[in-house]
Design a protein around this ligand. Structure first.
Ligand code: SAH
Length: 222
């Protein structure tokens, strides 16, 4: 079978799974259809793009599992008028979905090489409504705040206060919070001066490394 045919068939199968798991609404289904996930894999691994797995993208990081991405997006309720902050660009796949769903995406990635690659891939597909920044996203991105929606693809032990501050009134933030091994997805809604925090599914993300996440020193053995 030609690789392109294999990719098309596995995309159809993954779509059926996401539908069965009730992870689509009209916006999410359209975004899934439009974004070529295989473009976020290197040429050797393209045929793995539509397996429902996380996948190694180098530098100890992973492209998130499709079902987890769509659980997060369903909770996030992104609309075309929204300004979104994404922490942990990684491969850029979720950034592409957010470009389809929102008005503009500000995305922060800690690792320069991943940011550069994601930027190239998103440009190649033709997205223009995003900007990637290299830095510590655990502190958010104050410059363009507040954001209607914030999505974090790396785990912290508590909700970073800067991110709460940079969320708009009525805004929604989705993020994994817990230990280094396992976490729980939290859905945070900002209402006036208070936040409403709902615990969602169990999950497993790479650590958010930074000032309001896990400290970098923890990962260097002496
Ligand atoms: N949704 C992405 C997930 C990438 S994994 C995808 O599907 O490809 C999480 C990413 O968060 C990694 O690339 C990691 O380098 C990044 N990261 C970790 N700590 C960070 C921080 N403090 N600021 C910005 N990015 C961070």
């Amino acid at each position: 079978m030609r690789e392109e045919d294999f990719i098309r068939i596995s995309k159809d199968n993954l779509k059926k799974l996401l539908k069965k798991e009730n992870l689509f609404d009209e916006y999410l289904e359209r975004a899934f259809d439009k974004v070529p996930r295989e473009e976020f894999f290197d040429s050797r691994n393209r045929s793995n793009a539509y397996q429902n797995n996380a996948f190694d993208i180098g530098f100890g990081q992973t492209i998130s599992q499709p079902t987890m991405i769509f659980i997060m997006l369903k909770r996030l309720e992104v609309r075309k008028s929204h300004k979104v902050l994404e922490i942990g660009t990684g491969s850029g796949y979720l950034t592409a979905l957010l470009c389809e769903l929102s008005h503009f995406v500000y995305s922060v990635e800690r690792i320069q090489q991943l940011a550069t690659l994601a930027n190239q891939r998103l440009n190649k597909i033709g997205y223009t409504n995003f900007k990637i920044f290299v830095g510590d996203g655990s502190k958010g991105l104050y410059e363009y705040s507040p954001y209607d929606r914030i999505i974090v693809s790396a785990a912290s032990s508590k909700i970073p206060q800067s991110l709460v501050e940079q969320l708009s009134e009525g805004g929604i933030m989705v993020l994994p919070v817990g230990g280094l091994e396992f976490q729980r997805l939290l859905v945070v809604k900002k209402i006036g001066n208070t936040t409403n925090v709902k615990e969602d599914v169990a999950c497993r993300f790479v650590p958010l490394i930074g000032e309001e996440g896990f400290k970098d020193e923890m990962f260097h053995k002496s």
